[in-house]
Design a protein around this ligand. Structure first.
Ligand code: CA
Length: 219
């Protein structure tokens, strides 16, 4: 997984981001100020930088022009919501823009997209004994291909991208079937049973009581 530098002056927010990123296998460093960010970028060479716009001293908009020379993708984080800021951020060279507060799942999904675009993510994962290639949408177990339907695959991908995080049935429906799918949450339960059987995930695909599911993985 990737090395991600979190440039954010509010430690509680940085901690929360780091917790979510490390659960999904990313390595993080925290830089509270622009000066730290420049030094850590130089020394540590992260794969991606999450950059808060509102920093004391030099702000994110000033900092990104200095970070551009490292050729590392940047995603802006900000509490501001104005379209002007968004346009300015993207014009200055950011790959994406996330408005706080955001859901961990949204942050992770956007990070994955930016990493893939930058060629920093091979899309290959090894989770609970199953090899997954997100680029090819292929799955195998002990070298043997596993056939999943499109819906089973989408559900698995949602769980994999948010591994170690509990996802509600509603969230899984929304992510794997799309917003306009008029299905019932029971559909999720049925597909989870199939995934457990096909992937031999009885132990790592946990039921979260009265809520949903969580895929537990060290990888
Ligand atoms: Ca801030």
């Amino acid at each position: 997984m990737a090395k991600i530098l979190i440039v954010e002056d509010e430690k509680s927010i940085a901690d929360l981001i780091e917790l979510n990123l490390s659960l999904t296998g990313h390595t993080c460093q925290w830089a509270p100020l622009a000066e730290d960010a420049l030094k850590q970028t130089e020394d540590w060479q992260p794969d991606l930088i999450l950059l808060d716009v509102m920093l004391p001293g030099r702000d994110g908009f000033e900092l990104i022009s200095e970070l551009n020379r490292f050729d590392i993708p940047v995603i802006f984080l900000t509490a501001r919501q104005s379209v002007v800021d968004k346009v300015q951020g993207l014009r200055l060279g950011a790959e994406d823009y996330i408005t706080k507060p955001f859901e961990p799942a949204e942050l992770l999904a956007r990070i994955e997209v930016v990493l893939r675009r930058a060629g920093k993510s091979s899309g290959k994962l090894q989770i609970c004994g199953v090899e997954i290639n997100l680029m090819e949408r292929s799955v195998s177990r002990r070298g043997q291909p596993v056939e999943l339907t499109a819906q089973e695959y989408n559900l698995m991908e949602a769980l994999v991208r948010n591994r170690n995080i509990a996802l509600s049935r509603e969230k899984l429906l929304e992510t794997a079937w799309g917003f306009d799918f008029a299905g019932e949450t029971r559909t999720v339960d049925i597909h989870i049973q199939r995934l457990r059987r096909k992937l031999d995930w009885e132990n790592c695909l946990k039921t979260v009581y009265k809520y949903g599911y969580r895929l537990e993985s060290d990888g």
